[in-house]
Every structure is written in structure tokens, then in C-alpha cells.
Design a protein around this ligand. Sequence first.
Ligand code: ADP
Length: 230
Amino acid sequence: IGTLVTGLAHEINNPLASVASCAEGLTERLKTIVGHKEGHNDKEEWDVFPEYLKIISDEAYRCKTIISSLLNFSRQSEPEFIRIDINRVVNDTIAVVQHQSQIKMQNIQLNLSEEPCEVIGDPQQLKQVFMNLIINALHATEGYGDISISTSRNQTVVQIIVKDAGIGIKPEHLCKIFDPFFTTKPTGKGTGLGLSICYGIIDVHNGKIEAHSEGLGKGATFTITLPLAA
Ligand code: ADP
């Protein structure tokens, strides 16, 4: 909660500071324009209006996006645990991503275990986890590099591996990517909430999610381990 609040304060503070300073700037200019000070060029004063108003509107929308993501997160219903086959959840998720995705979508190599990989879990929440990982992989590969998803099981656990040959992750970022609001995406493109939501969901399923990357340009691998249903 501490990290979340600090992140939120920071994320909202910056756009609000821009909004406030642009609004003040415009108020000052309006005073000058209305006062018609001698020798003053009104046109120059008017010229900044479109630029400042655009900043105000962009930054306000940025705050709105952050708040909506947080609301979605907090509105998440109580998990409904049932016995489900992870292979089915993976297939369902891919169908949804293929249908909804606005980014170019390459083939995802599927290497699903032939044995059922049953866990006790909430299918909607697990779908959300796979969806976030697949969308991140698609962004990281920009629609061209390989992406593979594999599942396997042993006597006690089910493992799901989402691997991509994309931009990779810097070693110093690996320990931060699950923190709320950590993002390397440009302003307005990423909220930095996806992986922290995945982390929370896997945690309530008594599982583990780990990220691995050899570094920039070396792709990334996300491994989820969940207890096999008895
Ligand atoms: P967002 O996608 O909004 O940035 P996430 O929490 O999903 O938020 O991801 C946090 C950060 O983790 C990303 O900004 C990126 O730096 C890194 N990341 C996540 N998935 C990948 C991936 N498959 N390849 C490279 N970097 C990744």
C-alpha cells in the first residue's frame, strides 16, 4: 500500500503541477490582454493559449486514465475459486487478445502440456494475468519477434511460461517491474499497473510469478507457478 500511495501521489502530482502552472500562465496573459498595456503585442500573448490548453487537457486525461485503472483494480470482485484447466484459460485468453488487440499480432507459439493442468483458481483473474503478460510481450516485440507460451506440470505444481524475443529488461529494472506505477513506456502509454496486478492475483492463488531477462535486446521470460489441484 505504501508503494502504491507513493506511486500514485507522484503520478498524479506531476500532471497536476503542469495543469496548475499552465492555468496560472494563461491567467497572467489574460490580465495583460484585457488590460491592453501600452506597447504590448496581444498576438504573442494569445499564441500560447492553444499550446497551454492542450497541455491542460492532455495532463487532465492522464490523471483520468490513472484513476480509471486504479478503480478497475479496486473494483475487482472477490475471486471465485473453481477447478480449472490452465490450458483452457490460456487458449481462451489468446482468443480474446486476438479479437481485441489493436497492435499487430504475430503468431504466438503454443506449447501446451498434453496432460490437463488443473488448478483451483478464478478463471477471470487468471485470464487477466495472461492477458497482461501477452500484451506486454506484444509491445516488447512490436508485432515481429517470437512469443511463446508453454505449460507443464509435475506432481505438485503447474508452470506457465510466457517468453518473448523482444526488447528485454535492464538488470536494474528487473526488481522494480512488479512495483505499482513502474513503467518504461512513454507518458500516456503505460500505467505501470499491469504486472503489479498480476503479482497480486498470483499471490492470492498461492502461486509465484518471476521475471527473467538477460538484459536489453535479449527478450524476457515470465514464469508463473501455481499449486496443482489435488
Ligand atoms: P506498463 O505495461 O503499463 O508499463 P506493467 O506493470 O505491465 O506496466 O509493466 C511494467 C514494466 O515492465 C514495463 O514498462 C516494461 O518496462 C517492463 N516489461 C513488462 N513486460 C515486459 C516484456 N515482455 N519485455 C520487456 N519489458 C517488459
